[in-house]
Write a protein that binds this ligand. Structure first.
Ligand code: HEC
Ligand code: HEC
Ligand code: HEC
Ligand code: HEC
Ligand code: HEC
Ligand code: HEC
Ligand code: HEC
Ligand code: HEC
Length: 600
C-alpha cells in the first residue's frame, strides 16, 4: 500500500502555510479517504462513462455538457457547426479545399491540378476558437455514398473569431507549405487528448521508460528529471494481464512475451495501428478523463470516492524525489495528460531552451500544465484554484486574476505579501497598481494564444531569473515598459533585487549597445515566437520605428507568426487588414506594403 503515515504533515512543513490554503487534508481526512479510495481507477473495467454521473450530479453534468472540453470532439451528424459549408474555398500553392454540403451531409473537396478527392466530414474538433475537421475519403465510384474506414484530419480550419478559413497545419509553428492534403490519421494523432480513454492506455510509454516508441499516448515532451513523475510497475503479472485485456479488445493475436519491455512494445505498436473510436470510453473530455475510472463510486457512492491519485494493483506513481504525489500534484498531473504540448517541430522553448535537448517552457498554448509543473507552486496550488474544471471560465474573471484584485489567489498561501506595505516592498511598485499584480510578474502574458493574442505563461517563476534574462527576449518587464532600454531594465532589477547580469551575454542577445530598446531589437532579430510577442508589445505601446519590422514579419518562415504580425498591424491601424494570407512570405510583405501605402 502506498499511503505513508505522516506524509501530509511533512509536505506541509515545506509548503508555505499550506494547511491554511486547504490544499492538504488533515490527518483525519486522510484516514477517512484511505478507506474510501477505489482499488483501481486505470483499467477499462473501472470506467463507466459520464452518462452514469448525470443522475446524482445533475448541475455539474449540465455545466459540463456545455463546456468546451466536453465539446472537443463531436459527431458532425448530431451537432451544430459554425463553419459554413456553402462552397467557400481555401487556396494554397495551387491546391484548393472547398467546404460543400450535399443531401444534408458536409464534405470537403480537395483539388490540385488533375487530382480531386472528396472527404465526407465525420467529426468536428474544437469549437471555442476554431473548428478542425475529420473525414473519410469517399471512393470515386460512389459519390457522396459510403466512405472508407480511415478518418483523416482535413487540411482546413474554420476560425470562429474572425470568420475565415486557414490551413489546418498553420495552427502550430510549422514552416510554409505548398499544397493541401488530408493530414494525419485522426485515430493515431488526436484521440487521447481530445477524448476519454482508460488511463492505462496513455501510460505505456511512461512505464517503458526512456526511448519508448511513440504512439497516441506519447506526450510530445516530457518534464526534466527533477520534475518528472515516475510510473513504477509493482507486479509484472498484473501489468501483463492488463495489457492482454487491451490487446484482446484491439483484436491483436498471439501471446505476450515475458519480458516487460517487449510486452509494452507490442502494446504500443498495436495501439498505434489498431486503436480506434470504438475503443474510447466516450468522445470528448468526459468526467473520468479527470476523475479517473469511477465505476466503483457510481455504483456505491458511499463506499468509494473518485480519486485524482493513480489507483492500481500493479503500478504506482512517484514524484522525482520518490515520494507519493501531493493531492495538488495528482490533480495537476491529471491535467498534464493533455495540456502538455510543445507543439510541432518548432525548435525553441522559453528559458533559452531547445525542444530536443534542453526543453524549457512552452511558447504557445496547450502546454499549460507542463509549464505549471515546471514552476514554483505546483506541489500545493492546483489548476482549479483559478479555473472551473466543469465549465468555461468567464474572460472577465480570468482578467481580474491578472490585476491586484486577483492577488488573493496567491496570498492565501504567500501570506507575507498580503499587506500593501509588504507587497510594495516586494514589487517595488505602488501596491494598488498594475505593477503589483502577482500575475504581471509571475505569470506574464507572453505565450502565443489561439486567436493571435497572448496568453499567460503558466510556469510560475520570476522576471529576474538568469535563464529568462539571459535566454529570452524581450525582458519580461518590457511587457509593460517598452520605452526602456535593456540597460535601464536590467540595472533596475540589479538594484531592486540584488542581482547581477553578465553584460557580455546580454550583448549577444541585444547587440553592442545596451542602451538599445529590447522590443525593437527582438522584433528585428529575435526567435520567431519572440518576434511575434515583440510585434504585439510594439503595437500596444506604440514603440517608435517598429512598423517596418512588423511588416517584414509578414514574411516570417513560420506562417503562424505572419498571422500574429497581421493582427499587430491591425491593432496599430485600428482596422482590419485584408490580405491574402496564402501568398508566399515575400509577396505577402509586398502586398501589405502596397495596401498600407494606398491607405496613407
Ligand atoms: C448514485 C449517485 C451517484 C453517482 C451515480 C455518482 N455519484 Fe459522485 N457522489 C455521490 C455522492 C452522494 C457524493 C458525496 C459523497 C460523500 O462525500 O459522502 C459524491 C461525490 C463525488 C465527488 C467528490 C468526492 C470527494 O472527494 O469529495 C466526485 C468527484 C464525484 N462524486 C464524481 C462522480 C463521477 C465522475 C461520477 C460518474 C462516473 C459520479 N460521481 C457518479 C453520488 C453519486
Ligand atoms: C497532447 C495533447 C493534444 C493532442 C495530441 C492534440 N491536441 Fe488539440 N488541443 C490540446 C489542448 C490542451 C488544447 C487547448 C489549448 C488551449 O485552450 O489553450 C487543444 C486545442 C485544440 C483546438 C482548439 C479548440 C477550440 O475550441 O478552439 C483544436 C481545433 C484542436 N486542438 C485540434 C486538434 C487536432 C485536429 C489534433 C490531432 C491532429 C489535436 N488537436 C491533437 C491538446 C492536444
Ligand atoms: C477537466 C477535468 C474535469 C472534468 C472533465 C470533470 N471534473 Fe469534476 N472536478 C475536477 C476537479 C479538478 C475538481 C476539484 C475541484 C477542487 O477541488 O477545487 C472536481 C470536483 C468535482 C466534484 C466535487 C466538488 C464539487 O464541485 O462539487 C464533483 C461531484 C465532480 N467533480 C463531478 C464531476 C462530474 C459528474 C463530471 C462530468 C459530468 C466532472 N466532474 C467532470 C475536474 C474535472
Ligand atoms: C483528456 C484531455 C484533457 C484533460 C485531462 C484536461 N483537459 Fe483541459 N482541455 C483539453 C482540450 C482538448 C481543450 C480545448 C478545449 C477548447 O479550447 O475549446 C481544453 C481546454 C481547457 C481550458 C480552456 C477552456 C475552458 O474550459 O475554459 C481550460 C481552462 C482547461 N482545459 C483546464 C483543464 C484543467 C484544469 C484540467 C485538469 C483538472 C484539464 N483541463 C484536463 C483537454 C484536456
Ligand atoms: C493563478 C491562476 C491560474 C492557475 C493556477 C492556472 N491558470 Fe490557466 N489561466 C489563468 C489565466 C489568468 C488565464 C487567462 C490568460 C489570458 O488572459 O488569456 C489562463 C489561461 C489558461 C488557458 C487558456 C484558455 C484560453 O482561453 O485559451 C488554459 C488552457 C489554462 N489556463 C489551463 C490551465 C491548467 C491546465 C492549469 C493547471 C496546470 C492552469 N491553467 C492553472 C490563470 C491560472
Ligand atoms: C496552495 C499554496 C500556494 C499558492 C496558492 C501559491 N503558491 Fe507560490 N508557492 C507555493 C509553494 C509551496 C512554493 C514552493 C516554496 C518552497 O519551495 O519553499 C511556492 C513558490 C513560489 C515562488 C518561487 C518560485 C521559484 O521558482 O523560486 C513564486 C514566485 C510563487 N510561489 C509565486 C506565487 C504566485 C504569483 C501565486 C499566485 C498566482 C502563488 N505563488 C500561489 C505555494 C503556493
Ligand atoms: C503589469 C505592468 C508592469 C510590469 C510587468 C512591470 N511594471 Fe514597472 N511600472 C508599472 C506601472 C503601472 C508603473 C507606474 C508606477 C507604479 O505603479 O509603481 C511602473 C513603474 C516602474 C518604475 C518607475 C517608473 C518611473 O517613471 O518612476 C520602474 C523603474 C519600473 N516600473 C520597473 C519595472 C521593472 C524592472 C519591472 C520588471 C521586474 C517592472 N517594472 C514590471 C507597470 C509594470
Ligand atoms: C514587479 C514584479 C513583481 C510583482 C508584482 C510580484 N513579484 Fe514576487 N517576485 C518578483 C521578483 C523579481 C522575485 C525574485 C526575487 C529574488 O530573486 O530575489 C519575486 C519572488 C517571489 C517569490 C519567491 C520568494 C521570494 O520572496 O523571493 C514569491 C513567493 C513571490 N515573489 C510571490 C509574489 C506574490 C504572491 C505577489 C503578489 C502578491 C508577487 N510576488 C508580486 C517580482 C514581483
Amino acid at each position: 500500500m502506498l499511503v505513508r503515515p505522516g506524509f501530509w504533515l511533512a509536505a506541509c512543513l515545506t509548503a508555505l502555510a499550506c494547511a491554511g490554503a486547504g490544499t492538504a487534508p488533515s490527518r483525519g481526512r486522510q484516514e477517512e479517504a484511505k478507506s474510501r479510495e477505489p482499488l483501481s481507477n486505470v483499467l477499462r473495467a473501472d470506467y463507466v462513462g459520464s452518462q452514469a454521473c448525470a443522475g446524482c450530479h445533475a448541475s455539474i453534468y449540465e455545466a459540463w455538457l456545455r463546456s468546451p472540453m466536453h465539446r472537443m470532439t463531436r459527431e458532425v451528424a448530431s451537432t451544430e457547426l459554425s463553419a459554413p459549408f456553402d462552397g467557400r474555398e481555401l487556396a494554397l500553392g495551387g491546391a484548393v479545399a472547398r467546404l460543400e454540403t450535399h443531401e444534408g451531409k458536409r464534405f470537403v473537396g480537395l483539388s490540385q491540378g488533375e487530382q480531386n478527392e472528396l472527404y465526407r466530414v465525420t467529426k468536428v474538433i474544437g469549437g471555442r476558437y476554431r473548428e478542425d475537421f475529420v473525414g473519410e475519403l469517399v471512393p470515386a465510384s460512389s459519390p457522396f455514398g459510403v466512405a472508407l474506414e480511415e478518418q483523416r484530419v482535413l487540411p482546413v480550419s474554420y476560425l470562429r473569431f474572425d470568420g475565415t478559413l486557414r490551413y489546418k497545419g498553420y495552427s502550430v509553428m510549422v514552416r510554409e507549405r505548398h499544397g493541401l492534403e488530408a493530414g494525419l490519421v485522426w485515430q493515431r494523432a488526436c484521440v487521447l487528448c481530445h477524448n476519454t480513454a482508460p488511463q492505462v492506455v496513455a501510460l505505456y510509454d511512461e512505464l517503458y521508460g526512456a526511448k519508448a516508441p511513440s504512439y497516441q499516448g506519447s506526450a510530445s515532451n516530457e518534464l526534466p528529471a527533477s520534475k518528472a513523475f515516475r510510473y513504477v510497475v509493482d507486479d509484472a503479472a498484473g501489468l501483463r494481464q492488463a495489457l492482454a485485456g487491451e490487446l484482446a479488445l484491439l483484436g491483436a493475436r498471439g501471446s505476450l512475451p515475458e519480458n516487460e519491455r517487449h510486452a509494452l512494445e507490442i502494446a504500443i505498436s498495436n495501439t498505434r495501428e489498431r486503436f480506434g473510436e470504438a475503443h474510447l470510453v466516450e468522445l470528448g473530455v468526459g468526467c473520468e478523463s479527470c476523475h479517473g475510472g469511477s465505476r466503483a463510486h457510481a455504483e456505491a457512492p458511499h463506499r468509494f470516492d473518485p480519486s485524482f491519485a493513480l489507483r492500481s494493483s500493479f503500478m504506482h506513481v512517484e514524484t522525482a524525489s520518490g515520494g507519493r504525489p501531493t493531492r495538488a500534484q495528482d490533480q495537476n498531473r491529471t491535467c498534464a495528460k493533455c495540456h502538455t504540448v510543445l507543439f510541432s517541430q518548432y525548435p525553441f522553448t522559453w528559458e533559452g531552451g531547445e525542444r530536443r535537448t534542453s526543453p524549457g517552457g512552452s511558447t504557445t498554448n496547450s502546454g499549460e500544465a507542463r509549464d505549471f509543473l515546471l514552476g514554483g507552486c505546483a506541489s500545493a496550488m492546483t489548476c482549479s484554484t483559478c479555473h472551473d474544471p466543469h465549465g468555461e471560465d468567464s474572460k472577465a474573471r480570468l482578467e481580474e486574476l491578472g490585476t491586484v484584485r486577483g492577488n488573493r489567489v496567491c496570498t492565501s498561501c504567500h501570506r507575507e505579501l498580503e499587506s500593501p506595505l509588504a507587497l510594495g516592498r516586494h514589487s517595488h511598485h505602488r501596491a494598488d497598481g498594475a505593477g503589483s499584480a502577482c500575475l504581471s510578474c509571475h505569470m506574464p502574458k507572453k505565450n502565443m494564444g489561439l486567436a493571435y493574442d497572448f496568453t499567460r505563461y503558466h510556469r510560475i517563476g520570476s522576471p529576474t531569473e538568469q535563464a529568462r534574462v539571459l535566454g529570452d527576449r524581450p525582458l519580461d518587464c518590457a511587457l509593460c515598459h517598452a520605452e526602456r532600454s535593456v540597460e535601464q531594465i536590467t540595472a533596475t532589477m540589479e538594484k531592486w533585487w540584488g542581482k547581477r547580469y553578465d553584460r557580455a551575454r546580454l550583448r549577444r542577445l541585444y547587440g553592442q549597445d545596451l542602451r538599445a530598446n529590447p522590443v525593437r531589437i527582438t522584433l528585428i532579430g529575435g526567435k520567431p515566437h519572440e518576434q511575434a510577442l515583440a510585434a504585439d508589445i510594439a503595437a500596444a505601446q506604440q514603440v517608435p520605428d517598429t512598423l517596418e519590422a512588423t511588416l517584414a514579419l509578414l514574411g516570417s518562415e513560420y506562417p503562424l507568426v505572419r498571422y500574429f504580425a497581421r493582427h499587430s498591424l491591425e491593432k496599430r491601424a485600428g482596422a482590419e487588414l485584408a490580405l491574402d494570407m496564402s501568398l508566399p512570405g515575400p509577396q505577402l510583405v509586398q502586398a501589405a506594403r502596397a495596401r498600407l501605402n494606398a491607405a496613407r
